[in-house]
Each structure stands twice: as structure tokens, then as C-alpha cells.
Ligand binder design. Structure first.
Ligand SMILES: NC(=O)c1ccc[n+]([C@@H]2O[C@H](COP(=O)([O-])OP(=O)(O)OC[C@H]3O[C@@H](n4cnc5c(N)ncnc54)[C@H](OP(=O)(O)O)[C@@H]3O)[C@@H](O)[C@H]2O)c1
Length: 335
């Protein structure tokens, strides 16, 4: 029996992943003491992982060493267990490897047993997954949104953003989404019930936001870069910004360039807080009952963008990072 896995051979330039990764073969790994082996069913493509494969050492976690198996969120069933509390056959999610089989230790990987009573198990990457936890934590715990407020979300048609739009809407906010292209903007308004969608590729974002009466009370920022500069002068006084991600800069050398409109933080008395979902992992199960209720009521929907086959993982990864996705990008690696 063979295990195929993606190995990081070099730091990618831009979105050229084919030159940076190679698909390797090995024998199926065995679980060491305290470990489990998982037969992966699905891999989650997450924008934040783009930072782990750069050489930068000042990120929120150390870079993945060259020659390593690529790490990412996996969902599947345990086939071997030497870890207390986990049994063969358990449906689990964790930070594992882009591979047919992942081998992990529970504590280091955030290994979590999943509810089997879900019509589509991919929802553990969707409405019940890390992107949903991130959206909830950023909006409720960090930006502290209140009913009736105007909430702005960037990368709004992606996995995290589309869930953030719906959570803000469900909590009684007026929601504005920023996304790239008319199809995504239509999706935001027609399928997610967003009040206003701005196409940053063709609209003047700053001018569109200037028309918003009362300004933006809370901004869930997935992007950073020029969009953040367009947002800052249009925040309401005492507005809050939950800085979730900087996808506009992950593949750029000038990733450390700050916001050009830094002055507006003082002028508008803004609060900006970065947050990182692993800091909320213990709390994630507190968010789940509400997310599950909304999922069952049809108030939290996840659009999946699925690629089949481990061998096509790099296509899926690139789709997500270049914005060719609507919703959550997953790879079905069942064989
Ligand atoms: N803080 C945390 O703990 C945490 C956890 C999860 C995710 N995140 C962050 O959340 C963000 C979204 O991640 P995701 O995994 O859910 O991916 P995603 O939103 O499903 O996909 C990434 C999206 O980013 C947008 N994008 C790419 N380049 C852009 C650019 N230069 N300017 C504006 N938008 C751009 C694309 O949409 P368009 O077509 O609209 O450009 C693309 O669909 C990332 O910044 C990620 O790091 C943070």
C-alpha cells in the first residue's frame, strides 16, 4: 500500500506552485506512540497556509521547512490509533498533511472527533469548520458587532468571507461585501442576502464606501493592502477592525508595508485587532451550537468548490489564491 504526499521542495514564486511542490510516494505510515493515522477523505485549501511556505520567520507560525510534507487541514477516518481517546473508524479533522494518509499527534494537530450526524461531512470544513469559527470569533469576539450596525467584509465570496457575511446578516447587521468580479457580487446579493456588494476589480472602492450613510462600524478584513487603505477613511468614528488576513500580500516581498491611511486610526478613533483562530480553539465548541442551528435552518450555507484527486491539489490551491473560487475550496482525495 502506497501513500502519496505533496512535498515542499522550494519557496513558491507568486502562484507558481508546480515548481515548488512535488507529489511523492512512500509506504503507508504507521502510528507511533501517541499518534494516529488518518485516511484522508478531503483536504481544505486555506489561504493562510500560503504564508507558511514563504521563508519569513516573523509570521504567526514558523515557516514549513523545505523537504517537509505540506501541512493543511484534513478530514477523514482513523485507520490506526495509538492515541488515547481516538479509535479506528472515528471521523476526525486536524492539521495533517496533503496526502492519502495523515499521521498526527492529537495535541499538536488540533485533532478533533466530528459529529457524524451531518448530511454533508464537508460542512466540517464549511459552516461547522475553522472558517466559520474564524468568522464568528472575528465578528462577535473581536469586532463585537451589534444589531443594526454596518459591517463590511472583504474577500466576501471566499470561504471565511461568505460565512462572515451570513453571520453578520443573521445577527441583524447591514452587510457590505467586497469581492472580485460581477459573478461573485451577484452571488453575495442574490444567494447570501448581502445588502451591497462592491467589485474591487472594477469599482472605485473608496468612492463606493463614501456613499455609505453613517460609515462602516465594523470591518472584517481578510485582505489588507489597497482595500484596507480605501476602507480606513470610510470607517465610522469608534469603528472596529478585526484583522483576519492579508491575502493581498502573502506572495509579495513588501508584505510588511503598512496601511497608507494609518492617520485615520487616530482621526476616527479606531480600534484594530489582529486575531488568530488557534487562539480560540478551546472556545470553538462554544460557537458550534449556534452555527449548527443556522446550518439546519438554512441560514448558513456553504458553497463548495471541489476538485477531485490528490494529484490535482495544486490546481485547487491556485484557484483559491487567485480568486477563481466561490466559497470553500476542498479536494476530494477519496480513492
Ligand atoms: N486569522 C485567522 O485565524 C484566519 C483563519 C482563516 C482564514 N484567515 C484568513 O482569511 C482570508 C481568507 O482565507 P480563506 O482560506 O477563507 O480563503 P478564500 O477567501 O476562500 O480564498 C481567498 C480569496 O482571497 C481573495 N484574494 C486573493 N488575492 C486578493 C487580492 N490581491 N486582493 C483582494 N482579494 C484577494 C480572492 O477573492 P476575490 O476574487 O474576491 O479577489 C480569493 O477567493 C485569508 O486572508 C486568510 O489568511 C485567517
Amino acid at each position: 500500500m502506497t501513500n502519496r504526499f505533496w512535498r515542499l521542495d522550494a519557496h513558491p514564486h507568486g502562484n507558481d506552485f508546480a515548481s515548488a511542490f512535488s507529489l511523492q510516494n512512500e509506504d503507508v505510515p504507521t502510528a507511533g506512540p501517541g499518534q494516529v493515522v488518518i485516511k484522508n477523505d478531503y483536504l481544505s485549501m486555506d489561504a493562510g497556509t500560503r504564508m507558511w511556505i514563504t521563508p519569513r520567520t516573523d509570521g504567526y507560525q514558523p515557516p514549513l521547512p523545505l523537504g517537509s510534507k505540506m501541512v493543511g487541514l484534513c478530514l477523514g477516518r482513523i485507520t490506526q490509533s495509538q492515541a488515547e481517546g481516538f479509535a479506528v473508524g472515528d471521523l476526525v479533522r486536524c492539521f495533517g498533511q496533503w496526502a492519502d494518509y495523515a499521521v498526527v499527534s492529537p495535541a499538536e494537530s488540533g485533532l478533533m472527533k466530528l459529529d457524524e450526524d451531518v448530511a454533508d461531512v464537508r460542512q466540517h470544513f464549511g459552516a461547522l469548520g475553522m472558517n466559520a469559527w474564524t468568522a464568528w470569533a472575528g465578528l462577535v469576539e473581536v469586532a463585537k458587532i451589534q444589531p443594526g450596525e454596518t459591517v463590511l467584509i472583504s474577500a466576501a465570496a471566499g470561504a471565511t468571507g461568505s460565512l462572515a457575511c451570513q453571520i453578520a446578516r443573521n445577527l441583524g447587521c447591514k452587510v457590505i461585501g467586497i469581492a472580485g468580479g460581477p459573478d461573485k457580487c451577484r452571488f453575495l446579493v442574490e444567494e447570501l442576502g448581502v445588502d451591497l456588494a462592491i467589485d474591487y476589480k472594477s469599482d472605485d472602492v473608496e468612492a463606493e464606501l463614501a456613499k455609505v450613510e453613517g460609515g462602516i462600524n465594523a470591518y472584517f478584513d481578510n485582505v489588507g493592502g489597497p482595500i484596507l487603505d480605501a476602507v480606513l477613511p470610510n470607517m465610522a468614528h469608534y469603528g472596529r477592525i478585526a484583522l483576519c488576513g492579508l491575502v493581498a500580500t502573502y506572495d509579495k516581498d513588501n508584505a510588511t508595508a503598512g496601511p497608507a491611511r494609518f492617520d485615520q486610526i487616530l482621526m476616527r478613533r479606531l480600534t484594530i485587532s489582529g486575531f488568530f483562530i488557534p487562539d480560540f480553539l478551546e472556545r470553538g465548541t462554544d460557537f458550534l451550537p449556534q452555527l449548527r442551528k443556522w446550518l439546519d435552518e438554512g441560514k448558513l450555507v456553504m458553497h463548495f468548490d471541489e476538485t477531485k484527486g490528490l494529484e490535482h491539489t495544486l490546481d485547487a490551491y491556485s484557484r483559491m489564491l487567485t480568486g477563481r473560487n466561490i466559497g470553500k475550496v476542498v479536494v476530494d482525495v477519496r480513492t
